[in-house]
Design a protein around this ligand. Structure first.
Ligand code: SF4
Length: 175
C-alpha cells in the first residue's frame, strides 16, 4: 500500500531538547488512515482516536525483535517515529515501520479491526503520580501544567526527572 514515502526530518524530540534523543517525521502520499482500525485490533496498547484520525502504538521493529522500544504515531499522511539515538537507527526503523504497515494492509482480511477509542487519563489523575514539588525541571512552572501536557500527548513523561521508577513505569503504561 505504501509505495513511496519521504523522511521529512530526523531531529531532536521537541519536548526532550538536548538529550540527543531523535524522532523521524515521515510523509506518505497515500492516506493510511484506513489501516488504523486494523492496527488498533492487531497491536496491544494502541491508542486510537478515530475522530482525528490518529493512532499511536509501541513498535518492536519488523519482524518483531524487541519489546516496544520504539513509538509510532500516525495521521492520515504522516508518521512520527521515535525514540532513536542515531540517524542510521531512525532510517532503519522507518523502513521496518513501513514494512509493518504494508504487512497490516496485506493481512487486513485476517485481522479483526477495532474502533475502540482511547481515553487518555485526565490531567488530575496524572497529577497524582507526579512529585507535586513544582520544581520546574521539566520546563513547566507547575506539575499541573506538565500533567495537562501529558494528558494531551504534548510532553514526554521522562522529562520529569524526579519520578520514582514505579511511577515512571506506570505513567508510561497509561499514557
Ligand atoms: S519536573 Fe516533575 S516535579 Fe518538577 S515541575 Fe515538572 S512535573 Fe513537577
Amino acid at each position: 500500500m505504501i509505495k513511496d514515502y519521504q523522511i521529512k526530518s530526523i531531529d531532536n524530540i521537541v519536548c526532550l531538547p538536548g538529550t540527543g534523543i531523535l524522532r523521524a517525521v515521515v510523509e506518505t502520499p497515500e492516506d493510511i488512515s484506513e489501516l488504523f482500525p486494523y492496527i488498533n485490533g492487531y497491536v496491544k496498547k494502541a491508542r486510537y482516536l478515530p475522530k482525528i484520525p490518529w493512532i499511536r502504538f509501541p513498535f518492536s521493529g519488523f519482524p518483531e525483535k524487541t519489546n516496544g522500544k520504539y513509538d509510532i504515531a500516525c495521521r492520515p499522511n504522516q508518521i512520527i517515529l521515535g525514540k532513536f539515538s542515531s540517524n542510521e537507527e531512525a532510517k532503519d526503523i522507518v523502513k521496518q515501520a513501513i514494512d509493518f504497515l504494508n504487512f497490516i494492509y496485506k493481512n487486513r482480511e485476517n485481522i479483526t479491526p477495532s474502533l475502540k477509542e482511547w481515553s487518555p487519563p485526565s490531567a488530575i489523575a496524572i497529577l497524582k503520580y507526579l512529585p507535586q514539588t513544582n520544581c520546574g525541571k521539566c520546563g513547566e512552572k507547575t506539575c499541573m501544567s506538565f500533567a495537562v501536557k501529558l494528558s494531551q500527548g504534548e510532553a514526554e513523561v521522562e522529562k520529569c526527572a524526579d519520578l520514582t521508577k514505579n511511577k515512571l513505569e506506570f505513567l508510561r503504561e497509561v499514557l
